[in-house]
Design a protein around this ligand. Structure first.
Ligand code: S3P
Length: 430
């Protein structure tokens, strides 16, 4: 599927974005491990979270839904309700599915093979399989259990203490989920704070979990209880609309009930520093997560330099920030973001390659990129590289480019933001 984009006069209106991808995965997984029903509202029905549901269903977990409104009930029967799957589990394009599932599978006394699509089969898994092996799981795969397909024999785990070389919520979460079924205590120390949805949701489902600075620990053998979870709108999806509204003159867009967890809200901080006109109001909580309405009006943007501990708080928003940088005055520089190379695509390369097609002056750095803003963009034909966030970032670039832009193979948008094109159309003023 190709996506055609032309510049609107402005974007205006009030909208919502689909449920948070990270939180949806965790709600399905914790619901499966819990005893009793978990009723989820606003579950993201994008391909990634559906892959999680399918993997769990293949292990005998029973679900009702999801329906078109994102209502999903998980009929949890505790960890013993998960059975050896007869077939290979398929995580599709989803890093969160494969890494968090590995954490769960490590503690279950059976054999599993898990794989994914061509992009996922290239992404590094050793960061998860190495510590899980130390806890007692047996895992096989290419490059010493670094690349999927991965075969795994779980069983009796022993808790441990792990110092992570990269700030990764997927690795931290896999270890905490393994720790939940391990003997003794499991401790994870991160180099910088990464998203803490797993910790919040474990607590919300009744587990005791402790945190002090960059260390989080959990005792094994705790029982989770099914809960009602309303998933906040995904700030990573809202980011595309926020940047579009900030860049297009005359725009005024409000997005309701967006997750504003402080480990995820780096994009708000950076857009503000760039001079964006943001209003954040109606703050409240949904199932242990902070949410708010976000109003964005057009303003002149200027480039900034970002790096350090801010990066994990906006790692998925860097492609769309690069687009904002292209329109801004001065330079946008991103450092300390080498992790971008191992996302759904190598996002340093793919952002540079695709933005250059619009005439943007942009250069790859070893651990980030530099965008020189202020030149007019010209519509072009872009490749998605099978990466949902690259497809959407370039679609937003198309909204501010002269003439028509085509995003080829844009079907991958459905991985995280089904309805992206129709929400954009509903906000257009032509
Ligand atoms: C995610 C964590 C991040 C993020 C990904 C979702 C999660 O990856 O990029 O889109 O749900 O835990 P890492 O934890 O590997 O950095």
């Amino acid at each position: 599927m190709n996506l055609e984009i032309t510049p609107p006069r402005a974007l205006r209106g009030i909208t919502r974005v689909p449920g948070d991808k990270s939180i949806s995965h965790r709600a399905a997984m914790l619901g499966a491990l819990a005893k009793g029903d978990t009723h989820i509202e606003n579950f993201l029905t994008g391909a990634d979270c559906l892959a999680t549901v399918k993997c769990l269903a293949e292990m005998g977990v029973s679900f009702t839904g999801p329906d078109e409104k994102g209502r999903l009930t998980v009929h949890g029967r505790g960890p013993a309700g998960l059975k050896e799957p007869e077939n290979v589990l398929d995580a599709g394009n989803s890093g969160t599915t494969i890494r968090l599932m590995l954490g769960i599978l490590a503690g279950l006394p059976f054999f599993t093979v898990i794989t994914g699509d061509a992009s996922l089969r290239r992404r590094p898994m050793k960061r998860v399989t190495a510590p899980l092996s130390l806890m007692g799981a047996r895992i096989w795969g290419r490059q010493e259990a670094n690349l999927a397909p991965l075969a795994l024999r779980g069983g009796e785990l022993q808790g441990g203490s792990f110092s992570l070389p990269v700030a990764s919520a997927q690795v931290k979460s896999a270890l905490l989920l393994a720790g939940l079924s391990a003997r003794g205590e499991t401790r994870v120390v991160e180099p910088a704070p990464s998203r803490d949805h797993t910790e919040r949701m474990l607590q919300y489902f009744g587990a005791e979990i402790h945190k002090e600075g960059l260390t989080v620990w959990i005792k094994g053998g705790q029982v989770l209880t099914g809960r009602r979870v309303t998933v906040p709108g995904d700030i990573s999806s809202a980011a595309f609309l926020m940047v579009a509204a900030a860049m297009i003159p005359g725009s005024d867009v409000t997005i309701r009930e967006v997750g504003v967890n402080p480990t995820r809200d780096g994009i708000l901080e950076v857009l503000r520093a760039m001079g964006a006109d943001l209003e954040i109001f109606n703050r409240h909580h949904l199932g242990g997560e902070p949410v708010a309405d976000i109003r964005v009006r057009h303003s002149r943007l200027k480039g900034v330099t970002i790096g350090g501990e801010l990066i994990p708080r906006l790692i998925d928003e860097i492609p769309i920030l690069a687009v904002a940088g292209a329109l801004a005055e001065g330079e946008l520089v991103v450092r300390d973001a080498a992790e971008l190379k191992v996302k759904e695509s190598n996002r340093i390369d793919t952002v540079v390659r695709e933005l250059r097609k619009f005439g943007v002056e942009v250069e790859a750095l070893a651990d980030g990129l530099r965008v020189r803003g202020g030149r007019p963009l010209t519509g072009t034909s872009c490749a998605s590289h099978g990466d949902h966030r690259i497809a959407m970032a370039m679609a937003v670039a198309g909204l501010v480019a002269r003439g028509k832009t085509v995003i080829q193979n844009a079907g991958c948008v459905d991985v995280s933001f089904p309805g992206f094109a129709s929400i954009l159309s509903s906000l257009r003023v032509d």
